[in-house]
Design a protein around this ligand. Structure first.
Ligand code: UDX
Ligand code: ADP
Length: 464
């Protein structure tokens, strides 16, 4: 039989990272066979259908181009492991909820299970690539689990952390700032690293493919996310000060961002950051610092998370205060539930905290979001008094307040005149993302509450 493909790549875990990453590798490397497997059959069926399981701009086109040609989705995990030369592991690594390190360390049970299945199903040597965010030195642990096999097989573990952001995953994959590949500094390690390097070199300029030792690669991922999260927490801390004075956080961000040493990105004050990575990775860093006897370092990074929780709490408490200290039985429309625009992902979304807090105060909440309503329903299934409505106009009707919690572009251009007319007066709007035209909303008649700038109120006696 002639070999149809040059290399066989497998990815275990068909989630937000594995799916898009493999789709782009397949698109850019037609001579490489790329297969993605998952234990979740529903997810695999969705990847094989017209309705992909995740929403990501540009993903549909990439999958359409490569699926069936050299991109495959399957649940036959053992068979695919046996056939593969390079295996990416992209299973979930949530924060551990029990025992030692609860609330901070990564729960590695899925990773270890995967490593053991790899050993069981393999008959040839393989390169194993860590793609999930894992604590530093996991590669070493994996190396031990994998290489203590009695089949005489050798597994070379690489770390190839993912820097893509949801909503821009395809663009980030097509044109990454850098690709980082960490390996053991042994002959076999360097050889394996070269193999992965050559795959990325099919479309990424060589100078952007950086290599390092495994531990640096692992720690780089946590550091990158911790630095980004820290910027948002820093600007959010300043936003509280702005609301208490006459300063405007947007003006401050603009001027700070023009300092090229600092740069303009990740300086938007908001209701808080969410997503599957920031909190988890910063807590991981905290745990590693603690485990290494560095309590000051741990506390320093822990405050990045505490500042985020403070910002979420402050936002919802301001809402309640503004609504005359009671929201019981008042209808409130929440526009946006995803953790940011252009994704249906709701993991760690600040909207979850806001919804729970308002539900505790017995508000009647209507949640609207163009892509995240199904996830919202699952996240909030234990709460009563919540309804879901894709149309923002219907969601806002008869409400006392509207709060924008995700920066979807569509919320910038809604007919707020129409929304105002359909609401209970005084009508309040809380812009948790600072994306609306506040002056215009004020002129329409709204009391306008925003992040990092004093509220625009029609009455001097308004609460806050
Ligand atoms: C992040 C990292 O950016 C990415 O490199 C890593 O691989 C995974 O984690 P992601 O979670 O997809 O990506 O989202 P990101 O765009 O970083 O936003 C995270 C959160 O911060 C969102 O809730 C976003 O709304 C918020 N944010 C971002 C702000 O509140 N202000 C900003 O200025 C930027
Ligand atoms: P990420 O954002 O890191 O991609 P996701 O939760 O979206 O995380 O995806 C992880 C995927 O890994 C899930 O679809 C889950 O079913 C899958 N998974 C977890 N454990 C295993 C395993 N042992 N074998 C195969 N797939 C797994």
């Amino acid at each position: 039989m002639t070999k149809q493909f040059e290399t066989n790549i497998l990815c275990i875990g068909a989630g937000y990272v594995g799916g898009p990453t493999m789709a782009v590798i397949a698109q850019k490397c037609p001579k490489v066979k790329v297969c993605v497997v998952d234990i979740n059959k529903t997810r695999i069926d969705a990847w094989n259908s017209e309705n992909l399981p995740i929403y990501e701009p540009g993903l549909d086109e990439v999958v359409k181009e490569a699926r069936g040609r050299n991109l495959f989705f399957s649940t036959e995990i053992d068979k695919e492991i046996a056939d593969a030369e390079i295996i990416f592991v992209s299973v979930n690594t949530p924060t551990k909820q029990y025992g030692i390190g609860a609330g901070k360390a990564s729960d590695l049970q899925y990773w270890e299970k995967t490593a053991r299945s790899i050993v069981a199903a393999s008959n040839t040597n393989k390169i194993i690539v860590e793609k999930s965010t894992l604590p530093v030195r996991t590669a070493e642990a994996m190396e031990r689990v994998l290489n203590s096999n009695d089949k005489g097989l050798h597994f070379e573990v690489l770390s190839n952390p993912e820097f893509l952001a949801e909503g821009t995953a395809i663009a980030d994959l097509h044109n990454p700032d850098r690709v980082l590949i960490g390996s053991m500094e042994t002959e076999t390690g360097i050889k394996a690293r070269k193999k992965l390097f050559d795959i990325y070199a099919n479309w990424v300029p060589q100078e952007k493919i950086v290599t390092s030792n495994v531990w640096s690669a692992e720690l780089t991922k946590l550091t990158a996310n911790a630095f980004l999260a820290q910027r948002i927490s820093s600007v959010n801390a300043i936003s509280a000060l702005c609301e208490a004075t006459k300063a405007d956080v947007k003006e401050i961000s603009r001027a700070i961002g023009m300092d090229t040493r600092i740069g303009a990105k990740f300086l938007n004050a908001s209701v808080g950051f969410g997503g599957s990575c920031f909190k988890k990775d910063v807590l991981n860093l905290v745990y590693i610092a603690e485990s290494n006897g560095l309590p000051e370092v741990a506390q320093y990074w822990e405050w990045v998370i505490k500042m985020n929780e403070y910002q979420e709490t402050r936002f919802v408490e301001n809402m309640i205060k503004a609504m005359f200290n009671t929201v019981a039985n008042k209808k409130i429309a929440l526009l946006g539930f995803a953790f940011k625009k252009d994704t249906g992902d709701t993991r760690e979304t600040p909207a979850l905290f806001v919804s729970k807090k308002l539900a505790e105060e017995r508000a009647l909440i209507t949640i609207s979001d163009p892509k995240a309503l199904e996830n919202a329903k699952t996240d909030l299934k234990d709460l009563s008094g919540i309804s879901y409505e894709i149309d923002p106009y219907v969601a806002s009707r008869d409400s006392h307040a509207v709060a924008v919690l995700t920066e979807w572009d569509l919320y910038k251009t809604l007919d707020y005149e129409k929304i105002y007319k359909s609401m209970v007066k005084p009508a309040m709007i809380f812009d948790g993302r600072n994306i609306l035209d506040h002056q215009k909303l004020f002129e329409i008649g709204f009391d306008v509450y925003r992040i990092g700038k004093q509220a625009l109120l029609h009455s001097e006696t308004a609460f806050i």
